[in-house]
Design a protein around this ligand. Sequence first.
Ligand SMILES: C[S@@+](CC[C@H](N)C(=O)[O-])C[C@H]1O[C@@H](n2cnc3c(N)ncnc32)[C@H](O)[C@@H]1O
Length: 281
Amino acid sequence: MKVLEIIQKSAAFLERKGVESPRLQSELILAHVLGLPRLQLYLNFERPVPEAQEEKARELVRRRGTREPLQHLIGSASFWGLEMLVNRDVLIPRPETELLGERARDFLRTWPGDTPRILDFGTGSGCLAIWLASQFPTARILAIDISPVALAVAAQNARRHGVGDRIEFCQHDGLPAPGEPCALVVSNPPYIPSAEIATLEPEVRDHDPRAALDGGPDGLDHYRHLALAAPAWLAPGGRMMLEFGDGQAAAITGLLHFQKWIVEPPIPDYSGRERILAAGR
Ligand SMILES: C[S@@+](CC[C@H](N)C(=O)[O-])C[C@H]1O[C@@H](n2cnc3c(N)ncnc32)[C@H](O)[C@@H]1O
């Protein structure tokens, strides 16, 4: 078949399977298989695709039709242009988290010392820790996760991006006993209320790790823990910056106030929903 025919057939198939943006997804899969940037497909619509590659594309489209995420099929996700290896052991990095990283970077640019210490709670793929390490070449980072298999992926990503020597990976349930104080405590913790997980899209519900989603009965377990335990990790003048779910800003602000944090107004994402809070002592 030719490039355009494969795209059209794949898109029709994915649409029947309820996949969002079926044409785009088909193009991304075929571009991956052919080893081309997606837009190059447009210059090659009439090109016949060798049988082995057609077969490979068909297999990936079939798997995408079972609602396996595209990032798992191609094995990576981009975080501010850095390729992060991803698999079933780690949450696929989301665009909102890029915004959290950007706000964290803006804060760290104002930090007076030139070797900021950063704590990333619930590091997952390591996207935040690794991107911040790449932005601040002398920063040292403690990246914590309860999941040893997630930490293995994060460490691999850190080595790939040449920052493995500045990130210490630590397996721990919650924050460990306080160590060297940090300019920044950053976290995108699990925040889905347990009972809502069953209602999520199959790509998330069946393929992201449960430990990366489940925030307890009201979704706020980890914010309560951080509000209580993070002050001991924070250097004077430091900030805690947190991502959370749509509609959780007021509750999280309340529980931070309860632990005597000074909380800045919530920061909206690109669609105007409040998704990030910064707080200090
Ligand atoms: C929503 S994911 C965030 C991953 C990554 N930071 C990102 O933004 O893409 C939350 C992470 O917190 C970890 N986690 C869950 N419970 C934890 C706990 N009690 N202590 C430490 N980490 C935990 C999960 O394993 C998961 O990797």
